[in-house]
Design a protein around this ligand. Structure first.
Ligand code: NI
Length: 168
């Protein structure tokens, strides 16, 4: 539908604890369409609704930038119900341009969510897909990837964060 501006670090919507969607309405479908267009344009791997300024518990993951066979996956009211293993992997976030950091997170997750027809599904994911799901899921609770940084890493990006917050 439309490419939306991506909200950057410093905007309070990124710290909101987002309430669940009551029903998968046309409005939600339009939101997902905007998320898809915005993510494709930004060439990212995932995008959560608050990142385009919408306080709805919705995110998408699209690994097609790194895997041409990947499809867009939509998660409404997601819940991570199981996770296991721990792995370190580099992460970035479209709301934090220029900041990348290796972070440790579970290697495998089981997630429950609604799809665009309002039907519940359960899926298991590992590797990059699991990583992207956990990163986007955090956004719905107002948690940002910098919250997972070690004290030292956080100190090292403090200057960049201040500049980002100033321009938000
Ligand atoms: Ni992010």
């Amino acid at each position: 539908m439309a490419i939306k501006p991506i909200v950057r670090y410093g905007d309070p919507v990124l710290r909101e604890n987002i309430p669940p969607v009551e029903e998968v309405t046309t409005e939600i479908k339009e939101l997902v369409s905007d998320l898809i267009d915005t993510l494709k344009d930004a060439r990212g791997l995932g995008l959560a609704a608050p990142q385009i300024g919408v306080a709805k518990r919705v995110f998408i993951v699209d690994l097609s930038a790194v895997d041409i066979t990947a499809e867009v996956r939509v998660f409404v009211n997601p819940e991570i119900i199981e996770s296991s293993g721990m792995v370190e992997y580099e992460e970035g976030c479209l709301s934090f341009p220029g900041i990348y950091q290796n972070l440790i997170r579970p290697e495998w997750v089981k997630v429950k969510a609604l799809d665009l027809t309002g039907k519940e599904f359960v899926m298991e994911a590992e590797g990059l897909l699991a990583r992207a799901i956990q990163h986007e899921y955090d956004h719905l609770d107002g948690v940002l990837f910098i919250d997972h940084f070690s004290t030292i890493s956080r100190t090292m990006v403090e200057g960049k964060l201040k500049r980002l917050a100033k321009s938000a």
